[in-house]
Write a new protein. Sequence first.
Length: 273
Amino acid sequence: MSYAHKLACEASFPLIDAHIHLDHYDEVTRERLIQELPACRVQAVIAVSMHLASSKVNLALAERYPSLIFPAFGFHPEQPLPTDEEMNKLLGWIRGHADSMVAVGEIGLPYYARKEAEEQGASFELEPYLALLDKLFALARELDKPVALHAVYEDADLVCDLLEQHGLSRAHFHWFKGASSTTRRMAERGYYVSFTPDLLYESEIQDLARRYPTDRVMTETDGPWPFEGPFAGRITHPAMTAEVAAAWAHIQGLSPEEAAGALCHNARSFYGI
């Protein structure tokens, strides 16, 4: 364990990482991180999935570490669309393992892939991704599960439209960034957001943390995605949520213990864990 992680693990309050890609770590690193979680007071992690193979890995991890790893199954939008056969296999597999998952996720719209295509002068069809998300929202409604969402900026409004069409009220917008009008809309509908370690150094995220309702926020890492500022050069570890919780506590004028307790309660309430 690095010195920085040792400091994070000295936190005296409970933590939950509400969004992490455990299957993206190499096996040795992943096993080390999982073994360190109890000592770091990380009580649970929500392991989101990219596709069917990813979902299967996360299910296996959850079966090995019950009450610590809670999986979400889905199809991440920042990748090429699945074939109809691949999508049908995924949907069927999720239905067959619905009792093992806490949410449908990670799902959403491909904001970054679309922007990259536009910058390169290439065409990008959003409609097929909207149709895919429509199917996944219908699945969440069918299974009575919350959704873990990748939806930022103008895409978030499209996702809000679809959520309303499907009558879905349990939505978690991870690492959200967007307009004030969108933020107000999300808050009014009771949707949740979560803050990554960039809360410590990104003014846009700090402003969101000041404004969003305190009973609908959580901590996350989106690991293994790397961070900058005080986290530069560090492997993204769920223990970093201690520093996220402390930063949110400072913004809200709360003690670290009080803030972490609220953030932990929010995550448990949303995901039913």
